[in-house]
Design a protein around this ligand. Structure first.
Ligand code: BG6
Length: 298
C-alpha cells in the first residue's frame, strides 16, 4: 500500500508516504517552509512545525494508534456530531470520522512552496449503522509557514442532514498557567462542565482549573498567547460560529488512559467548530466547509 501511495501521490520535495505507528500509513510533508505528518487514519494531522520552530501541535506520548480509536493529540476530526451522540450514548463520542481510515484523493505542490494533501471519506456499512446517511467528506491539509485545514461535508443523500463538527486542535503550550486565549472577550459560552450558558467572557481566557466551553460568535481570530514560550498561535476560521476551548486539568488527565497525568500542563485545545446551536443542516446536494488556519508569531 505504501509503495502504491508513493507511486500515485508522492511528490519529491513535498510529500512522501511511510508506515507509521501501529503500522498505519501516514503522509510526511517536508518542504522549504515546514514539516508535517498526516495519518490516513482519521485524516489526522499529528504534527506541524514551521522550519526552525518548535512543534505547534501537541501529541500525547501515550496516544494509541489503532483502528477504531482516535489518536490523542494533533487535530482529530470531530464529525458528524460533536460530543456525545444526541440520543444514543452507545455511539462514539465526537462521531466516527476520527476512528476510520480515509483515502488519499490528491496531493499538490503549491506555487508558494507549501504542500497539500486531500483525503476523502464516504459512507460504508459501518458508518451507515451509526449514522444512516450517505456523504462525502473531504479534508485538505496544506502545510507551509502556516497550517491550513479545509473540511468539506457533502450531503450526497436525498434527505436533509444535521451536522456537528470540529477541527479539534491540540496545541503545544510551554506552561498552561501562563497562557491565555484572546479573541473571545465578550462572547457568550456554554460551560460544558455545568451545562450553563454564561453571558459574557470577561477578558482573555486563562487557566487554573478544568475548562470545557463552547464559545459562540467570536468576531475575530483566536490568539493563544503562550507567554512562557514567547510566541502566539493564531487560529483563524471560516464556516464556524463556535469555538471549543478545552483543558482537562488534573483529574480528567488522570482519568484518560492515553493522556499523561501531567499532560494538561503542556497542551490546550482551541477548536474551530460547528458545535452546540451551531450545527449545520444540509439539504440534499448541499455542502458546508469548515476551515482552520493556524500560524505563529513571536
Ligand atoms: C472536547 C470536549 O472537544 O473534547 C470535551 O469539549 C471532551 O468535553 C474533549 O472531553 C475530549 O474528547 P475525547 O472524546 O477525545 O476524549
Amino acid at each position: 500500500m505504501i509503495d502504491r501511495l508513493n507511486e500515485q501521490y508522492g511528490l519529491h520535495g513535498h510529500v512522501h508516504f511511510a508506515g507509521g505507528r501501529g503500522g498505519m500509513p501516514r503522509a510526511l510533508i517536508a518542504n522549504d517552509h515546514a514539516d508535517a505528518e498526516v495519518y490516513l487514519h482519521g485524516a489526522h494531522v499529528t504534527a506541524f512545525a514551521p522550519r526552525g520552530e518548535a512543534p505547534v501541535l501537541w501529541l500525547s506520548p501515550d496516544a494509541v494508534f489503532t483502528s477504531g480509536r482516535a489518536i490523542r493529540g494533533g487535530v482529530p476530526i470531530v464529525w458528524p456530531w460533536f460530543g456525545p451522540h444526541g440520543s444514543d450514548s452507545t455511539k462514539p463520542q465526537h462521531g466516527f470520522a476520527r476512528n476510520l481510515q480515509w483515502q488519499v484523493a490528491a496531493t499538490r505542490a503549491c506555487a508558494d512552496g507549501s504542500s497539500e494533501i486531500t483525503l476523502e471519506l464516504t459512507e460504508n456499512e459501518h458508518t451507515l449503522a451509526l449514522w444512516p446517511h450517505p456523504f462525502r467528506l473531504e479534508h485538505t491539509v496544506r502545510a507551509g509557514r502556516g497550517l491550513s485545514m479545509v473540511l468539506t461535508s457533502h450531503n450526497t443523500g436525498d434527505e436533509p442532514v444535521s451536522l456537528g463538527a470540529a477541527l479539534h486542535s491540540y496545541f503545544s503550550i510551554a506552561d498552561i498557567t501562563q497562557a491565555r486565549v484572546e479573541g473571545l472577550e465578550e462572547c457568550t459560552y456554554l460551560d460544558q462542565l455545568t451545562s450553563r450558558i454564561v453571558k459574557r467572557q470577561p477578558g482573555p481566557v486563562t487557566f487554573d482549573r478544568e475548562v470545557d466551553r463552547i464559545y459562540f460568535g467570536a468576531p475575530r481570530d483566536r490568539v493563544i498567547v503562550d507567554a512562557t514560550a514567547g510566541r502566539a498561535v493564531h487560529v483563524a476560521t471560516t464556516g464556524s460560529r463556535s469555538t471549543v476551548v478545552w483543558n482537562p486539568w488534573v483529574d480528567k488527565s488522570r482519568a484518560m488512559a492515553d493522556f499523561p497525568d501531567e499532560g494538561y500542563r503542556n497542551m490546550l485545545c482551541v477548536e474551530p467548530a460547528n458545535a452546540g446551536d451551531d450545527v449545520r443542516v444540509l439539504a440534499p446536494g448541499e455542502h458546508h466547509t469548515l476551515t482552520a488556519t493556524i500560524s505563529i508569531t513571536p
